[in-house]
Design a protein around this ligand. Structure first.
Ligand code: SF4
Ligand code: SF4
Length: 135
C-alpha cells in the first residue's frame, strides 16, 4: 500500500466540485482529511493523506492537475527569518495547522517548525517576507 501526505490548493471555482469523491471512486484511493481551510484569497486548502496503489496515486495526481488543483507534497521546509519578523501576528490565524503561537507575556510570534506542513500561506502573506521556503 502506497501512502503520501499532500496539500491541495483549490482555486475558488473548484471548491464545490466533488473532486475527493472522484479520487475514491475512479482511482480507488483512500483518503484522510488532516486539515481543511480557506485561505485569505478564498482558495481552498486541504491536507490529505492518500493511500492506494502507486499507479492509481500517480493517475489521480494527473487528474487533479488537469482540473486546476495545485498539488504540493510535504517535502519542502519553511523557515522563519527571526531578524525580519516584526511579530505583527498576521500569519497566526492564517496557518491551517496552527504552527504559530503567540507568547502570552511578550506577544512574540513563535514558529513551531515541526507543525508546519509547508503549505506556503504565510510565505505569501507575511508583509516582512520573514517566512521563506528553504531551497
Ligand atoms: S506575518 Fe511575518 S512579520 Fe508578522 S508575525 Fe508572521 S512571520 Fe512575523
Ligand atoms: S507554511 Fe506557514 S501557513 Fe503553511 S503550515 Fe507552515 S507555518 Fe503554517
Amino acid at each position: 500500500m502506497y501512502a503520501k501526505k499532500i496539500v491541495l490548493h483549490f482555486p475558488h471555482s473548484l471548491v464545490n466540485k466533488p473532486i475527493l469523491h472522484k479520487l475514491s471512486r475512479d482511482y480507488e484511493l483512500e483518503f484522510n482529511i488532516l486539515r481543511a481551510s480557506i485561505t485569505p484569497d478564498e482558495e481552498g486548502l486541504l491536507v490529505l493523506e492518500l493511500k492506494g496503489d502507486e499507479p492509481d496515486y500517480k493517475n489521480a495526481l494527473e487528474y487533479l492537475k488537469k482540473e486546476g488543483v495545485k498539488v504540493q507534497t510535504l517535502a519542502q521546509d519553511v523557515i522563519m527569518d527571526e531578524e525580519k519578523c516584526t511579530h505583527c501576528g498576521v500569519c497566526v490565524p492564517m496557518c491551517p495547522v496552527l504552527a504559530f503561537h503567540v507568547e502570552p507575556e511578550t506577544k512574540k510570534v513563535i514558529f513551531i517548525q515541526d507543525e508546519c506542513i509547508a503549505c506556503g500561506v504565510c510565505v505569501d502573506i507575511c508583509p516582512m517576507n520573514a517566512m521563506e521556503v528553504k531551497i
